[in-house]
Design a protein around this ligand. Structure first.
Ligand code: GTP
Ligand code: MG
Length: 171
């Protein structure tokens, strides 16, 4: 049965508005992408079952608004989360500059053992619109001792890899 899983993991998505959090999640959970997606209001969820070394893991992934005024209460959002995907947009430098703010929030509200994957999203636009070098993302991740990947929800690049990295590192 679908509900017979060995583990239930909660993970959260964070990062500035319009970096692509909701589309990364819909790509991972349902293989869907929308060019015209609307900003998230409050909190949404999606699930996906994943088999890791013979264990069936149910990943419950929470997605909230990047926009402050639409965000749900922060402490309840992070409660029980064992994984976090921190997302910026490689074509908008301010979303990268804001990462320390998100990391501070994560360190404040998140579990001390939380597994963090930093995603530089929209890598499909790298040739024309890149404002953040891949090396900068990697360097930040190394300083913070977190995982790093450039992703594209649109082109379906590294999306599966980024979520699986997060999920398989949780234990
Ligand atoms: P909030 O809910 O406001 O926090 O935004 P969000 O981070 O959930 O962003 P969302 O997924 O709604 O995407 C914002 C816009 O970026 C939409 O127009 C998406 O189609 C677009 N987008 C998301 N991911 C990608 C990507 O990988 N490449 C490109 N080119 N566009 C993307
Ligand atoms: Mg959203």
């Amino acid at each position: 049965m679908e509900d017979e899983c060995d583990y239930l993991f909660k993970a959260v998505l964070i990062g500035d508005s319009a970096v692509g959090k909701s589309n990364l999640l819909s790509r991972f959970a349902r293989d869907e992408f929308r060019l015209d997606s609307k900003p998230t209001i409050g909190v949404e969820f999606a699930y996906r079952n994943i088999k890791v070394k013979d264990k069936l893991i149910k990943a419950q992934i929470w997605d909230t608004a990047g926009q402050e005024r639409f965000r749900a209460i922060t402490s309840s959002y992070y409660r029980g989360a064992l994984g976090a995907m921190l997302v910026y947009d490689i074509t908008r430098r301010p979303t990268f500059e804001n990462l320390p703010k998100w990391i501070e929030e994560l360190r404040h509200f998140g579990d001390p053992e939380i597994v963090i994957v930093l995603c530089g999203n929209k890598s499909d636009l790298a040739c024309h619109g890149r404002q953040v070098d891949e090396r900068e993302g990697r360097a930040l991740a190394e300083r913070e001792r977190i995982w790093f990947m450039e992703t594209s929800a649109l082109a379906n690049l590294n999306v599966e890899e980024a979520f699986l990295r997060m999920i398989t590192q949780i234990h």
